[in-house]
Design a protein around this ligand. Structure first.
Ligand code: FMN
Length: 372
């Protein structure tokens, strides 16, 4: 199976499947002499790790990352740093229960990728979904931790802003709350509501979708290229590449269609520091595929987990009609654990464009220009 690599200069190739020996990735193109140890990566994996609350799957994956290559001790500082060579990261799979899946091995879960994998490849690793499982996304989170170190001063944060039909109150947005509740929700009041709401869904053996917002701050102006290298295009592809994502928006997104030109215009003034100040950010920090220097804002919609207890009509791989009810261990709302994955994908894309900008332009031109 090909197409397991993304990025141009910051290039990530992932490998492994849910119930194999291990999963991992190779990060190629990371600049040398960046301090990097496993402790820089592990906290992000811990955020994505299952089994941390009753609202996520009870699989017990410690998700301990090992750096296999691409780092060395810098004698001058005694610090472990990147060497500019491929960084291989590996995470062992330790909590496989393949028997959980044996009674559905020939049946296709509606909403899952069982049918399409079978129809395309003629073979399917049904144990935990094999390569279609979101287990693979742990390796992207590990790569994202490295990407965060590449763009100086950049922070990438994510939050769950809607579960099912229930959105947050944006006036109550508090980034500190994201770390305090099991939903990565920035609205404490709505997070309380989500507890009872999701408990009910989980007990009924059902599932629900979510919307996640990712905000990257400290993104320099000028990243991204017109036409086929648009920053927003690459972000959309990266976020759509996350399992169960069915929609991506940048800035005002679909709401922009209902704005007037006046409402949509992010008016510009000059700031005291000689840089432009945008009076709003409907563009989500990207114009013409190029970053404006404002926060880059993306949202993505995650569908409800397709593995549910409630019986659904389906067919098996021999063409017989049947029913399916998925009993294994599943997240009632996979959107929760998608938050650190979305952050990682955004960090990887921006790091890649940062290196591309440096490669093509060297220094970004000094703006504003002197009149001739
Ligand atoms: C963090 C995360 C965990 C997931 N866990 C499950 C799961 O336990 N059961 C399930 O049916 N789908 C799960 N999914 C979604 C499937 O991986 C996904 O729906 C499937 O691969 C089909 O791909 P598609 O939905 O992108 O079309 C998860 C997704 C994410 C982001």
């Amino acid at each position: 199976m090909s197409f397991n690599t993304f990025g141009h200069l910051f290039r990530v190739t992932t490998f492994g499947e849910s119930h194999g020996v291990a999963i991992g990735c190779v990060v190629d193109g990371c600049p040398p002499r960046i301090a990097l140890t496993e402790a820089d990566i592990q906290p992000y994996l811990d955020k994505r790790r299952p089994g941390q609350s009753r609202f996520t799957t009870q699989r017990r994956e410690p998700d301990q990352v090992k750096i296999l290559s691409g780092v060395f001790i810098d004698e001058a500082t005694g610090e472990q740093v990147t060497t500019g060579t491929p960084i291989a990261l590996v995470i062992d799979n330790v909590d496989q229960r393949s028997k959980d899946y044996s009674d559905i091995k020939d049946k296709y879960r509606p909403g899952h990728a069982d049918y399409t994998y079978d129809a395309k490849y003629g073979i399917r690793d049904y144990r935990g979904g094999g390569r279609q499982s979101a287990r693979e996304t742990a390796t992207r989170v590990a790569a994202g931790a490295i990407a965060r170190k590449i763009v100086p001063g950049m922070t990438v944060r994510g939050a769950l802003i809607q579960m099912g039909k229930h959105g947050i109150e944006r006036a109550r947005w508090n980034w500190d709350e994201v770390e305090r509740n099991p939903f990565f929700c920035p609205d404490a009041e709505q997070a309380k509501f989500f507890e009872a709401y999701l408990d009910d869904i989980r007990k009924r053996g059902s599932s629900v979708g979510a919307v996640i917002e990712i905000v990257a701050e400290g993104v320099p102006v000028g990243l991204g290229a017109p036409i086929y290298g648009k920053l927003d295009g690459d972000l959309a592809a990266a976020l759509m590449g996350i399992n169960a994502v069915k929609g991506v928006e940048i800035g005002a997104g679909f709401a922009a269609a209902a704005f007037s030109g006046e409402e949509n215009a992010d008016e510009i003034r000059m700031g005291n520091d000689g840089k432009p100040v945008f009076l709003s950010n409907h563009a989500g920090g990207i114009l013409g595929g190029i970053s404006t220097g404002q926060p880059v804002v993306c949202r993505f919609a995650v569908k409800p987990t397709s593995s549910i207890l409630t019986p659904r009509r389906t067919v098996d791989r021999y063409g017989a009609e049947t029913e399916i009810s998925t009993k294994g261990r599943h997240d009632p709302c996979v959107g929760i654990r998608a938050v650190p994955i979305g952050e990682a994908m955004v960090a990887c894309v921006i790091a890649d464009h940062y290196l591309r900008q440096r490669g093509q332009m060297g220094e970004t031109p000094a703006w504003p220009f002197a009149r001739a």
